[in-house]
Write a protein that binds this ligand. Structure first.
Ligand code: NAI
Length: 318
Protein backbone atom coordinates (compact mmCIF):
# COMPACT_ATOMS: atom_id res chain seq x y z
CA UNK A 1 0.00 0.00 0.00
CA UNK A 2 1.20 3.45 -0.92
CA UNK A 3 3.87 2.02 -3.17
CA UNK A 4 4.48 3.17 -6.73
CA UNK A 5 4.79 0.40 -9.32
CA UNK A 6 6.09 0.98 -12.84
CA UNK A 7 5.11 -1.77 -15.28
CA UNK A 8 6.79 -1.79 -18.67
CA UNK A 9 5.00 -3.69 -21.45
CA UNK A 10 1.27 -3.23 -20.99
CA UNK A 11 -0.90 -2.50 -24.03
CA UNK A 12 -4.01 -4.59 -23.50
CA UNK A 13 -5.84 -6.50 -20.79
CA UNK A 14 -4.83 -10.06 -21.72
CA UNK A 15 -1.07 -10.21 -21.12
CA UNK A 16 1.02 -10.85 -18.05
CA UNK A 17 1.78 -7.15 -17.54
CA UNK A 18 -1.90 -6.34 -17.05
CA UNK A 19 -2.46 -9.23 -14.64
CA UNK A 20 0.52 -8.11 -12.55
CA UNK A 21 -0.74 -4.51 -12.58
CA UNK A 22 -4.13 -5.67 -11.38
CA UNK A 23 -2.72 -7.66 -8.46
CA UNK A 24 -0.55 -4.72 -7.43
CA UNK A 25 -3.51 -2.33 -7.66
CA UNK A 26 -5.56 -4.75 -5.59
CA UNK A 27 -2.87 -4.56 -2.92
CA UNK A 28 -3.05 -0.77 -2.96
CA UNK A 29 -0.12 0.22 -5.16
CA UNK A 30 -0.21 3.23 -7.48
CA UNK A 31 0.04 1.83 -11.00
CA UNK A 32 2.00 3.57 -13.74
CA UNK A 33 2.80 1.84 -16.99
CA UNK A 34 5.19 2.13 -19.92
CA UNK A 35 3.60 1.40 -23.29
CA UNK A 36 5.23 0.91 -26.68
CA UNK A 37 4.49 4.02 -28.85
CA UNK A 38 2.99 2.11 -31.82
CA UNK A 39 0.23 0.67 -29.60
CA UNK A 40 -0.23 3.62 -27.26
CA UNK A 41 -3.23 5.17 -28.98
CA UNK A 42 -5.01 1.85 -29.27
CA UNK A 43 -4.43 1.10 -25.58
CA UNK A 44 -5.67 4.52 -24.49
CA UNK A 45 -8.81 4.04 -26.56
CA UNK A 46 -9.43 0.54 -25.23
CA UNK A 47 -9.11 1.75 -21.65
CA UNK A 48 -11.95 4.22 -22.16
CA UNK A 49 -14.33 1.52 -23.35
CA UNK A 50 -16.82 -0.17 -21.03
CA UNK A 51 -15.62 -3.52 -22.36
CA UNK A 52 -12.41 -3.26 -20.33
CA UNK A 53 -14.26 -2.67 -17.04
CA UNK A 54 -14.44 -6.38 -16.28
CA UNK A 55 -10.65 -6.71 -16.63
CA UNK A 56 -10.15 -3.65 -14.43
CA UNK A 57 -12.34 -4.91 -11.63
CA UNK A 58 -10.58 -5.25 -8.28
CA UNK A 59 -11.64 -7.50 -5.43
CA UNK A 60 -13.58 -4.72 -3.68
CA UNK A 61 -15.59 -4.07 -6.84
CA UNK A 62 -13.81 -0.82 -7.71
CA UNK A 63 -12.00 -0.40 -11.03
CA UNK A 64 -8.22 -0.33 -11.35
CA UNK A 65 -6.89 3.08 -12.19
CA UNK A 66 -3.73 3.48 -14.20
CA UNK A 67 -2.37 6.70 -12.77
CA UNK A 68 -0.28 7.47 -15.82
CA UNK A 69 0.80 5.88 -19.08
CA UNK A 70 4.26 6.79 -20.32
CA UNK A 71 5.36 6.10 -23.87
CA UNK A 72 8.33 3.73 -23.73
CA UNK A 73 10.37 2.08 -26.43
CA UNK A 74 12.75 -0.30 -24.70
CA UNK A 75 15.03 -0.39 -27.77
CA UNK A 76 16.37 3.07 -26.97
CA UNK A 77 18.23 4.32 -23.91
CA UNK A 78 18.78 7.99 -24.75
CA UNK A 79 17.38 10.38 -27.41
CA UNK A 80 20.53 10.04 -29.55
CA UNK A 81 19.74 6.33 -30.00
CA UNK A 82 16.51 6.94 -31.90
CA UNK A 83 17.11 6.55 -35.64
CA UNK A 84 15.53 8.96 -38.12
CA UNK A 85 13.26 6.33 -39.64
CA UNK A 86 11.69 5.77 -36.22
CA UNK A 87 11.39 9.49 -35.48
CA UNK A 88 9.61 10.05 -38.76
CA UNK A 89 7.52 6.88 -38.55
CA UNK A 90 3.86 7.80 -38.39
CA UNK A 91 3.31 5.34 -35.55
CA UNK A 92 5.58 7.52 -33.41
CA UNK A 93 4.08 10.80 -34.61
CA UNK A 94 3.18 13.12 -31.76
CA UNK A 95 4.85 10.86 -29.18
CA UNK A 96 7.93 12.13 -27.42
CA UNK A 97 10.28 11.22 -24.63
CA UNK A 98 9.94 7.46 -25.11
CA UNK A 99 13.56 6.43 -24.54
CA UNK A 100 14.26 4.63 -21.28
CA UNK A 101 16.22 7.55 -19.83
CA UNK A 102 13.55 10.11 -20.68
CA UNK A 103 10.85 7.83 -19.32
CA UNK A 104 12.68 7.40 -16.01
CA UNK A 105 13.20 11.18 -15.81
CA UNK A 106 9.49 11.76 -16.34
CA UNK A 107 8.52 9.17 -13.71
CA UNK A 108 11.01 10.72 -11.28
CA UNK A 109 9.53 14.16 -11.87
CA UNK A 110 5.98 12.90 -11.29
CA UNK A 111 6.50 10.47 -8.41
CA UNK A 112 9.98 11.00 -6.99
CA UNK A 113 10.60 7.31 -6.56
CA UNK A 114 9.50 3.90 -7.73
CA UNK A 115 9.18 0.99 -5.29
CA UNK A 116 8.40 -1.72 -7.82
CA UNK A 117 9.63 -2.26 -11.37
CA UNK A 118 8.09 -4.85 -13.68
CA UNK A 119 9.60 -5.70 -17.08
CA UNK A 120 6.98 -7.56 -19.13
CA UNK A 121 8.03 -7.11 -22.71
CA UNK A 122 9.79 -8.91 -25.51
CA UNK A 123 10.20 -8.30 -29.21
CA UNK A 124 12.18 -9.44 -32.21
CA UNK A 125 12.05 -8.35 -35.83
CA UNK A 126 12.71 -11.85 -37.20
CA UNK A 127 9.99 -13.41 -35.15
CA UNK A 128 9.03 -15.91 -37.83
CA UNK A 129 12.47 -17.41 -38.39
CA UNK A 130 14.11 -20.40 -36.74
CA UNK A 131 17.47 -19.78 -35.12
CA UNK A 132 19.22 -21.46 -38.05
CA UNK A 133 17.95 -18.70 -40.32
CA UNK A 134 18.19 -15.74 -37.96
CA UNK A 135 20.48 -12.90 -39.04
CA UNK A 136 22.95 -11.23 -36.70
CA UNK A 137 20.89 -8.07 -36.92
CA UNK A 138 17.69 -9.88 -35.99
CA UNK A 139 19.36 -11.76 -33.15
CA UNK A 140 20.87 -8.62 -31.68
CA UNK A 141 17.65 -6.64 -32.06
CA UNK A 142 15.77 -9.33 -30.13
CA UNK A 143 18.40 -9.23 -27.38
CA UNK A 144 18.30 -5.47 -27.33
CA UNK A 145 14.53 -5.19 -26.94
CA UNK A 146 14.00 -8.23 -24.73
CA UNK A 147 17.09 -8.60 -22.53
CA UNK A 148 19.31 -5.51 -22.53
CA UNK A 149 16.19 -3.44 -21.89
CA UNK A 150 16.03 -4.95 -18.38
CA UNK A 151 19.66 -4.06 -17.71
CA UNK A 152 19.06 -0.51 -18.92
CA UNK A 153 15.93 -0.14 -16.80
CA UNK A 154 17.61 -1.40 -13.63
CA UNK A 155 20.54 0.95 -14.31
CA UNK A 156 18.22 3.92 -14.60
CA UNK A 157 15.39 3.08 -12.19
CA UNK A 158 17.82 1.76 -9.55
CA UNK A 159 18.82 5.25 -8.34
CA UNK A 160 15.16 6.20 -7.77
CA UNK A 161 14.24 2.93 -6.02
CA UNK A 162 14.36 2.84 -2.21
CA UNK A 163 16.12 0.11 -0.27
CA UNK A 164 13.80 -2.88 -0.21
CA UNK A 165 12.45 -2.12 -3.67
CA UNK A 166 11.89 -5.01 -6.05
CA UNK A 167 12.21 -5.77 -9.75
CA UNK A 168 10.78 -8.67 -11.75
CA UNK A 169 10.82 -9.69 -15.40
CA UNK A 170 9.12 -12.46 -17.37
CA UNK A 171 11.04 -15.41 -18.74
CA UNK A 172 10.22 -18.73 -20.37
CA UNK A 173 11.47 -22.29 -19.81
CA UNK A 174 12.93 -22.43 -23.31
CA UNK A 175 15.76 -20.30 -21.86
CA UNK A 176 17.15 -23.48 -20.31
CA UNK A 177 15.52 -26.39 -22.21
CA UNK A 178 15.02 -27.03 -25.88
CA UNK A 179 11.36 -27.11 -26.78
CA UNK A 180 10.92 -29.23 -29.93
CA UNK A 181 8.37 -27.85 -32.32
CA UNK A 182 9.14 -24.35 -31.14
CA UNK A 183 11.59 -22.50 -33.28
CA UNK A 184 12.42 -24.89 -36.13
CA UNK A 185 8.78 -25.76 -36.61
CA UNK A 186 8.02 -22.10 -36.84
CA UNK A 187 9.64 -21.75 -40.25
CA UNK A 188 6.52 -22.85 -42.05
CA UNK A 189 4.19 -21.00 -39.74
CA UNK A 190 2.45 -18.06 -41.19
CA UNK A 191 2.29 -15.09 -38.92
CA UNK A 192 -1.26 -13.92 -39.02
CA UNK A 193 -1.04 -10.69 -37.17
CA UNK A 194 -4.11 -10.27 -35.01
CA UNK A 195 -2.65 -6.94 -34.10
CA UNK A 196 -3.94 -4.24 -36.46
CA UNK A 197 -1.03 -1.93 -35.73
CA UNK A 198 1.75 -4.37 -36.02
CA UNK A 199 2.34 -5.33 -39.61
CA UNK A 200 5.41 -3.31 -38.93
CA UNK A 201 9.10 -4.01 -38.86
CA UNK A 202 8.88 -5.23 -35.32
CA UNK A 203 6.46 -8.11 -35.33
CA UNK A 204 4.81 -8.87 -32.01
CA UNK A 205 7.18 -11.26 -30.38
CA UNK A 206 6.57 -14.34 -28.36
CA UNK A 207 8.95 -16.69 -26.70
CA UNK A 208 8.17 -19.62 -29.00
CA UNK A 209 10.24 -18.01 -31.69
CA UNK A 210 13.62 -19.53 -31.35
CA UNK A 211 15.88 -16.53 -31.51
CA UNK A 212 13.92 -14.93 -28.73
CA UNK A 213 14.95 -17.79 -26.49
CA UNK A 214 18.49 -16.44 -26.33
CA UNK A 215 17.23 -13.20 -24.78
CA UNK A 216 15.37 -15.27 -22.18
CA UNK A 217 18.60 -17.10 -21.31
CA UNK A 218 20.30 -13.71 -21.02
CA UNK A 219 17.44 -12.41 -18.91
CA UNK A 220 17.80 -15.24 -16.38
CA UNK A 221 21.57 -14.92 -16.21
CA UNK A 222 21.36 -11.13 -15.97
CA UNK A 223 18.80 -11.51 -13.18
CA UNK A 224 21.48 -13.15 -11.03
CA UNK A 225 24.15 -10.56 -11.81
CA UNK A 226 21.75 -7.63 -11.46
CA UNK A 227 20.51 -9.07 -8.16
CA UNK A 228 24.07 -8.96 -6.86
CA UNK A 229 25.06 -5.58 -8.26
CA UNK A 230 21.79 -3.74 -7.62
CA UNK A 231 21.46 -5.51 -4.28
CA UNK A 232 24.82 -4.19 -3.16
CA UNK A 233 24.37 -0.78 -4.69
CA UNK A 234 20.72 0.02 -3.96
CA UNK A 235 19.48 -2.73 -1.65
CA UNK A 236 16.85 -3.77 -4.18
CA UNK A 237 15.89 -7.31 -5.22
CA UNK A 238 15.81 -8.65 -8.79
CA UNK A 239 13.94 -11.84 -9.72
CA UNK A 240 12.39 -13.30 -12.85
CA UNK A 241 9.25 -15.38 -13.32
CA UNK A 242 9.49 -18.17 -15.85
CA UNK A 243 5.87 -18.33 -16.89
CA UNK A 244 3.97 -21.10 -18.62
CA UNK A 245 2.12 -20.52 -21.89
CA UNK A 246 -0.60 -17.87 -21.99
CA UNK A 247 -2.76 -16.89 -24.92
CA UNK A 248 -1.78 -13.24 -24.78
CA UNK A 249 -2.10 -10.92 -27.73
CA UNK A 250 1.57 -11.31 -28.56
CA UNK A 251 1.40 -15.09 -28.30
CA UNK A 252 -1.79 -15.35 -30.34
CA UNK A 253 -0.26 -13.37 -33.15
CA UNK A 254 1.99 -16.31 -33.95
CA UNK A 255 0.11 -18.42 -36.48
CA UNK A 256 -0.36 -22.13 -36.57
CA UNK A 257 -0.79 -24.97 -38.99
CA UNK A 258 -4.48 -25.26 -39.48
CA UNK A 259 -6.60 -26.25 -36.52
CA UNK A 260 -4.53 -24.82 -33.73
CA UNK A 261 -2.12 -22.00 -33.15
CA UNK A 262 1.24 -22.65 -31.53
CA UNK A 263 0.16 -21.14 -28.29
CA UNK A 264 -2.97 -23.30 -28.17
CA UNK A 265 -0.78 -26.36 -28.67
CA UNK A 266 1.56 -25.25 -25.91
CA UNK A 267 -1.36 -24.79 -23.53
CA UNK A 268 -2.83 -28.22 -24.40
CA UNK A 269 0.61 -29.79 -23.92
CA UNK A 270 0.91 -28.25 -20.49
CA UNK A 271 -2.54 -29.42 -19.39
CA UNK A 272 -1.75 -32.94 -20.69
CA UNK A 273 1.70 -33.23 -19.11
CA UNK A 274 2.29 -30.82 -16.23
CA UNK A 275 2.06 -31.99 -12.61
CA UNK A 276 -0.96 -29.74 -12.16
CA UNK A 277 -3.32 -30.46 -15.04
CA UNK A 278 -5.03 -27.08 -15.18
CA UNK A 279 -4.67 -24.25 -17.64
CA UNK A 280 -2.50 -21.42 -16.44
CA UNK A 281 -4.18 -18.05 -16.06
CA UNK A 282 -2.48 -14.68 -16.20
CA UNK A 283 -3.74 -14.16 -12.63
CA UNK A 284 -1.62 -17.12 -11.47
CA UNK A 285 1.45 -15.25 -12.62
CA UNK A 286 0.05 -11.98 -11.27
CA UNK A 287 -0.28 -13.40 -7.76
CA UNK A 288 3.22 -14.87 -7.71
CA UNK A 289 4.53 -11.55 -9.01
CA UNK A 290 2.75 -9.76 -6.16
CA UNK A 291 4.41 -12.12 -3.71
CA UNK A 292 7.87 -11.56 -5.21
CA UNK A 293 7.29 -7.81 -5.13
CA UNK A 294 6.32 -7.61 -1.46
CA UNK A 295 8.23 -8.09 1.76
CA UNK A 296 6.85 -11.64 1.99
CA UNK A 297 9.92 -12.49 -0.07
CA UNK A 298 12.33 -9.90 1.32
CA UNK A 299 15.18 -12.44 1.39
CA UNK A 300 14.60 -13.74 -2.13
CA UNK A 301 16.69 -12.33 -4.97
CA UNK A 302 18.47 -13.55 -8.11
CA UNK A 303 15.82 -16.25 -8.56
CA UNK A 304 14.08 -17.69 -11.57
CA UNK A 305 10.68 -18.65 -10.21
CA UNK A 306 8.66 -21.06 -12.33
CA UNK A 307 4.96 -20.33 -12.51
CA UNK A 308 3.93 -23.03 -14.96
CA UNK A 309 1.88 -25.70 -13.15
CA UNK A 310 5.20 -27.48 -12.64
CA UNK A 311 5.79 -28.32 -16.31
CA UNK A 312 9.48 -27.32 -16.14
CA UNK A 313 10.21 -30.19 -13.77
CA UNK A 314 9.11 -32.93 -16.20
CA UNK A 315 11.73 -34.87 -18.16
CA UNK A 316 9.39 -36.77 -20.41
CA UNK A 317 5.81 -36.48 -21.51
CA UNK A 318 3.37 -39.33 -20.96
P1 NAI B 1 1.90 -8.90 -24.20
O1 NAI B 1 1.55 -8.65 -25.61
O2 NAI B 1 0.88 -8.61 -23.16
O3 NAI B 1 3.23 -8.13 -23.76
C1 NAI B 1 4.30 -7.81 -24.60
C2 NAI B 1 4.42 -6.30 -24.61
O4 NAI B 1 5.70 -5.88 -25.09
C3 NAI B 1 3.39 -5.63 -25.51
O5 NAI B 1 2.62 -4.73 -24.74
C4 NAI B 1 4.24 -4.86 -26.53
O6 NAI B 1 3.65 -3.65 -26.93
C5 NAI B 1 5.51 -4.64 -25.72
N1 NAI B 1 6.69 -4.29 -26.52
C6 NAI B 1 7.18 -4.91 -27.61
N2 NAI B 1 8.29 -4.27 -28.06
C7 NAI B 1 8.52 -3.24 -27.20
C8 NAI B 1 9.51 -2.23 -27.13
N3 NAI B 1 10.52 -2.15 -28.02
N4 NAI B 1 9.43 -1.32 -26.12
C9 NAI B 1 8.42 -1.38 -25.21
N5 NAI B 1 7.47 -2.33 -25.24
C10 NAI B 1 7.51 -3.24 -26.22
O7 NAI B 1 2.33 -10.45 -24.16
P2 NAI B 1 2.84 -11.40 -23.00
O8 NAI B 1 2.85 -12.75 -23.62
O9 NAI B 1 2.08 -11.20 -21.75
O10 NAI B 1 4.35 -10.95 -22.78
C11 NAI B 1 4.86 -10.37 -21.59
C12 NAI B 1 6.15 -11.06 -21.22
O11 NAI B 1 5.87 -12.41 -20.83
C13 NAI B 1 7.18 -11.14 -22.35
O12 NAI B 1 8.47 -10.96 -21.83
C14 NAI B 1 7.00 -12.60 -22.82
O13 NAI B 1 8.14 -13.09 -23.49
C15 NAI B 1 6.77 -13.27 -21.49
N6 NAI B 1 6.24 -14.63 -21.54
C16 NAI B 1 5.07 -14.90 -22.21
C17 NAI B 1 4.57 -16.20 -22.26
C18 NAI B 1 3.28 -16.51 -22.96
O14 NAI B 1 2.96 -17.69 -23.15
N7 NAI B 1 2.50 -15.52 -23.39
C19 NAI B 1 5.27 -17.32 -21.59
C20 NAI B 1 6.47 -16.92 -20.89
C21 NAI B 1 6.93 -15.63 -20.88
Amino acid sequence: TGKVAFIAGVADTTGYGWAIARELANAGATIVVGTWPPVLKMFNMALKKKATDEAKKLDDGSLMEIAKIYPLDAMFDVPEDVPDDVKSNKRYAGVEGYTIEECVEAVKKDYGQVDILVHSLANGPEVTKPLLETSRKGYLAASSASAYSLVSMVQRFGPIMPKGGAVISLSYVAAVRTIPGYGGGMSSAKVRSTHPHLEFKHAPAFCVDSHLLRPKAQLESDTRTLAYEAGRKYGIRVNTISAGPLKSRAASAIGGDGEKTFIERAIDYSVDNAPLDQPLYAEDVGRTALCLLTDLTSAVTGMTMYVDMGLHSMGQSL
